[in-house]
Design a protein around this ligand. Structure first.
Ligand code: MRU
Length: 347
């Protein structure tokens, strides 16, 4: 399995997802500011993966802090967590992981504390978040694979695989588990303009695992559904509101509408760390607006006339009525989500 993120004594090693599939490079990010930069520029991306990267960034920042006493360390800790939290606004896993690190810091940092002991505990916590993510994805896979047909074609969007998590993947984890269980599945990966996570990343990671994958451009999905060529759609999520509205990569909503029209099941796979019960519905999920150059250029080549403005929202919200089921690491939620997600969360 590809090593998306790895803690090393020199810093955090991450596969550079901007360069895949042409170049497979694993740079090491040696301080928390560089990790924040890597999250912002999408060296590392995908909701659970940026949560793990941020947790490791917090641990690294404290380990390498030059603070002379606890009051200085507390101040620096706030600076570290604020810097990492300001990188990307939509995926709630980022804030969830930083909050978990903050809770631990608060619990263990007293005036008599030894900085090295605090740093070790924080490193341990970041590694626990990473390990738990992989275990959670395997459970998502086990629960979700039962929903997929014994044979057929599954459409996915963006990359919700090993590259977007600590390993195994959420949506792609379900597909992996189904195949491990003997199901004969083919995967269609929508290319996912503008960053091309489907064409570049999903295709790369499935192809490396010998899973049958073909790429289609985003505008082909409707026609394929109409021809009966798609049996289910499965995607990941960046934030799920209390009522089951789902924020995910831009284009997810269009697929959900098409799936409903063609009576094709539309599944969302995500750990409960993606659930944000403080947000009642999708209308208050913050949507990241990214650099227009991601739309005006492909691979560094301009494809939109110079001077023509573009839009570049990175995510959209799919209303819960389009979602057949939400597959979590504690089981599968079906409508009414407002009750069933809450129940799973307290289970
Ligand atoms: O902008 P990205 O590539 O970080 O967006 C990623 C997605 O939208 C994924 O579908 C989502 O984070 C789930 S990853 C398991």
């Amino acid at each position: 399995m590809v090593k998306t993120i790895e803690w090393t004594d020199e810093g955090v090693r991450m596969i550079d997802q901007r360069k895949l599939p042409m170049v497979e490079e694993y740079p090491v990010f040696k301080n928390y500011r560089d990790i924040a930069g890597a999250i912002r520029s999408m060296v590392v991306r995908g909701a659970p993966a940026i949560g793990v990267a941020a947790a490791m960034g917090v641990a690294l920042g404290v380990r390498d802090s030059k603070a002379g006493n606890m009051s200085e360390l507390r101040e620096e800790f706030n600076e570290i967590t604020e810097t990492l939290a300001s990188t990307r606004p939509t995926a709630v896993n980022l804030f969830w992981a930083i909050e978990r690190m903050k809770r631990l810091f608060k619990e263990i940092a007293s005036d008599a504390s030894d900085k090295r002991v605090i740093a070790d505990r924080l490193i341990h916590e970041a590694l626990a978040i990473q390990a738990e993510d992989i275990e959670g994805n395997k459970r998502i896979g086990r629960f979700g694979q039962e929903l997929l047909p014994n044979s057929g074609t599954i459409l996915t969007h963006c990359n919700a695989g090993a590259l977007a998590t600590a390993g195994y993947g959420t949506a792609l984890g379900v597909i992996r588990a189904a195949i491990e269980n003997g199901k004969q599945l083919h995967v269609l990966a929508g290319e996912t303009r503008p960053f091309l996570q489907g064409a570049r990343l999903t295709a790369w990671e499935l192809w490396k695992d010998d899973i049958d994958v073909r790429v289609i451009s985003d505008n082909m999905a409707g026609s394929f559904m109409r021809q009966g060529l798609i049996d289910a759609v499965i995607v990941g999520a960046d934030r799920i509101a209390a009522n089951g509205d789902v924020a995910n990569k831009i284009g997810t909503y269009s697929l959900a509408v098409l799936a409903k029209q063609h009576e094709i099941p539309f599944y969302v796979a995500a750990p409960l760390s993606t659930l944000d019960l403080r947000i009642p519905d999708g209308s208050s999920i913050p949507i990241e607006q990214r650099d227009p150059a991601e739309v005006t250029h492909i691979g560094g080549v301009r494809v939109v006339p110079d001077g023509v403005p573009v839009f570049n929202p990175a995510f959209d919200v799919t209303p819960n009525s389009f979602v057949t089921a939400i597959i979590t690491d504690r089981g599968v939620a079906v409508p009414p989500y407002i009750e069933n997600l809450r129940r799973l969360n307290h289970f």
